[in-house]
Write a protein that binds this ligand. Structure first.
Ligand SMILES: [Zn+2]
Length: 221
C-alpha cells in the first residue's frame, strides 16, 4: 500500500519500535511529522533521544507536555521509588500506566486534525503482549472509529508492528535500510542508556533477545 501523496503523524518515543515505524512511515507517506509525549519519564534522555533522531531525519517534531499523567497514575516509568519489573502471573507490569495509550492516541488524533494529516502511525504490538490492554489491535480499531466519530474525520491508524515479534521488527528495520541506525541511536532501556542499554532491565532483555533471534535467522540465509 503506497500512500505517497498523504501525510502522517507518528507517535514517537525514540525507541526501537517507533523508530522502525518512523522509517516505515517515511517510505509510505509524502510527509511525516512526529509527536512525543513528555510525562516525566524516568530519563530526560528519552525526550533528547527522540529529538535527536527526528532532527537527524529531518522530521518535524512536536513534544507535548503530558505530565498530568504522573499526577493521575504514578508508576515505575515516572517515579524513581517504584521498581521496574514484569507482572507476576495475571498481574500487569509495574510500568503499566492505565489509559496511557488511550490518551496518547487521542492527542495524536487531535494533532493530526490540526496539521491536516489523515494517517496516524503507532508502534504498538500485540505479539509480545506485555499486558497493556490499550496496545491490543481491538482497542486500536475501536479508537479509530471513536476518533473519526469525535472529529467527523477519516483518520486511518496504522500499526505496522501489531502482529510481528521483536526479531521481525529488527528484520523490518533491516529491510528499510535502518538496521544500524536503530541499533545505534534508539533508546529502549528503562535505565536510560541508548543503543545496547544496561542489559539488565526487562526492556533490554527483550530487545537483545529479538536481536539475537534475528541475527541467527539472518546468518542462516
Ligand atoms: Zn536496560
Amino acid at each position: 500500500m503506497m500512500l505517497k501523496n498523504e501525510k502522517a503523524i507518528i507517535v514517537f518515543s525514540g525507541g526501537q519500535d517507533s523508530t522502525t515505524c518512523l522509517f516505515w512511515a517515511m517510505k509510505q507517506f509524502k510527509e511525516v511529522e512526529a509527536v512525543t509525549f513528555n510525562y516525566n519519564q524516568r530519563h530526560v534522555t528519552e525526550i533528547e533521544c527522540a529529538k535527536n533522531i527526528a532532527s537527524e531525519l529531518g522530521i518535524k517534531h512536536h513534544i507535548l507536555d503530558m505530565s498530568l499523567l504522573n499526577q493521575l497514575a504514578p508508576n515505575a516509568l515516572t517515579r524513581d521509588d517504584i521498581e521496574v519489573k514484569d507482572g507476576e502471573e495475571g498481574e500487569l507490569p509495574s510500568t503499566f500506566v492505565p489509559g496511557r495509550n488511550l490518551l496518547f492516541m487521542s492527542f495524536a488524533g487531535v494533532l493530526a486534525r490540526q496539521v491536516n494529516a489523515k494517517h496516524i502511525v503507532t508502534g504498538v504490538c500485540e505479539t509480545d503482549f506485555s499486558g497493556y490492554p490499550d496496545c491490543r489491535d481491538i482497542f486500536i480499531k475501536s479508537l479509530n472509529v471513536t476518533l473519526n466519530l469525535s472529529m467527523d474525520a477519516q483518520f486511518v491508524i496504522h500499526t505496522p508492528l501489531m502482529w510481528i515479534n521483536k526479531a521481525e521488527t529488527w528484520e523490518m528495520a533491516d529491510d528499510l535500510g535502518a538496521f544500524e541506525f536503530v541499533q545505534e541511536k534508539t533508546l529502549t532501556c528503562y535505565n536510560g542508556i541508548i543503543a545496547e542499554g544496561c542489559g539488565e532491565c526487562p526492556a533490554c532483555k527483550l530487545r537483545q533477545k529479538g536481536l539475537d533471534d534475528y541475527l541467527e535467522i539472518r546468518g542462516e540465509r
